[in-house]
Design a protein around this ligand. Structure first.
Ligand code: ZN
Length: 370
């Protein structure tokens, strides 16, 4: 069976060429319309075909039924991260290069092709395909909207995220805390700093104290909490004491820590250093039990198909699967082989995309009905 053909690759290249980033929000709807159009070119239509808008972000929903309770949701996203270059796709051997090739325009196209085949073969399952356009921004107006506002539920969701190749399934994701921290000081001439109060230094002292609680993991295999100072803003000139400053901090944690304790610690340190801490978003540690029926069924299909064993892995990255797992719905995170996600030379191995589509379709055909 050939699920991903030359027309699909041609279309994938067209999708990559559209800069569907947060800075070009008009393109978010454009890519969804392109996909809907491509869907219709296959001579099919779905009982439910909707494009929703929430706070300037869009999502495409195609469903083979009218219900809110699904057996399977296929979840992808068509937004990509900002960056220089990478919007001119290039095929080199078996690898397709371009921003979004792996994360997640390629896998999203595979999900579309699976959905089309399920429609054509009239699979007796409730299947919904959802493509969002705010995953890179946190998923609040995409996946969270789908579950909280549109009230969708599912037995299982496929999220092509957080695996290394088709032989790894991600079963655990770290939790996270995203903070904006601000400090105020008193302006003064840089020649007389003692007359002022330096807001940048306040934040630096605060951050060094906080970071002491987060010794940096050496590599992916060290399952430990971590902290990143993502940006720093403040000051206007080298000869003045800065009055206002701000930093952005990304904390990741494991099941060994209590989320509430980490929040308390930030709060108390912020108080000591006269820093104002604002928790922008957070997510708990999530895990799918290793005896989950859907997980075991998927692993069996992969092993049979690839003639190689499947590894269950943990990931430091959070994905949109977390919204489902927080509501006790099973999420299966695995994906085709990709390289350099979020970089201009991001790429996906075409054969692996085909493998991915084939495996997910086999899962649908052998759906564990419980
Ligand atoms: Zn991404």
């Amino acid at each position: 069976m050939n699920l991903i053909n030359n027309d699909d690759l041609k279309f994938l290249k067209q999708l990559i060429r559209v800069e569907s980033t947060a800075a070009h929000s008009e393109n978010l709807k454009v890519v969804l319309e392109m996909v809907l159009n491509y869907f219709h070119q296959h001579g099919v239509s779905a009982p439910k075909e909707e494009i929703h808008e929430k706070s300037g972000k869009y999502l495409l929903l195609l469903s083979n039924n009218q219900d809110l309770k699904q057996d399977i949701i296929l979840l992808g996203h068509l937004d990509v991260v900002e960056g220089e270059g990478g919007f001119e796709p290039q095929l080199e051997g078996d690898w397709l290069y371009g921003r979004g090739a792996g994360d997640m325009k390629g896998p999203s196209l595979a999900l579309l092709k699976i959905f089309i085949l399920a429609l054509k073969e009239k699979l007796d399952l409730k299947i919904t395909l959802v493509l969002t356009t705010d995953e890179e921004l946190g998923g609040e107006n995409g996946t969270k909207y789908l579950l909280d506002d549109l009230s969708y539920q599912t037995k299982v969701v496929f999220v092509p995220n957080n695996g290394k190749n088709i032989n790894t399934i991600c079963v655990k994701e770290k939790g996270f805390l995203h903070y904006r921290l601000r400090a105020s000081g008193k302006a003064a001439h840089g020649a007389r700093p003692w007359k002022g109060e330096n807001s940048i230094l306040k934040l630096m002292e605060f951050y060094y104290q906080l970071a002491k609680f987060y010794p940096e993991p050496k590599d992916d295999n060290q399952w430990k909490k971590s902290i990143n100072l993502g940006y720093i803003k403040g000051g206007t000139a080298l000869n003045s004491v800065p009055e206002q400053a701000e930093i952005g901090v990304d904390i990741r944690f494991t099941e060994k820590e209590e989320q509430a304790d980490l929040i308390d610690q930030v709060k108390s340190l912020a108080g000591d250093y006269e820093v104002e801490a604002e928790l922008l978003s957070s997510g708990p540690v999530l895990e799918i039990p290793q005896d989950n029926v859907y997980l075991l069924s998927l692993a069996e299909i992969i092993e049979e198909y690839s003639k190689a064993s499947v590894d269950f892995i943990s990931s430091s990255m959070a994905s949109d699967a977390r919204f489902f797992m927080a509501k006790k719905m099973s999420a299966l995170c695995f994906r085709p082989e990709t390289k350099h996600l979020h970089a201009a030379d991001e790429s996906i191995r075409i054969a692996s995309l085909e493998d991915y589509a084939f495996i997910v379709y086999q899962f649908l055909k052998n759906f564990p009905n419980i």
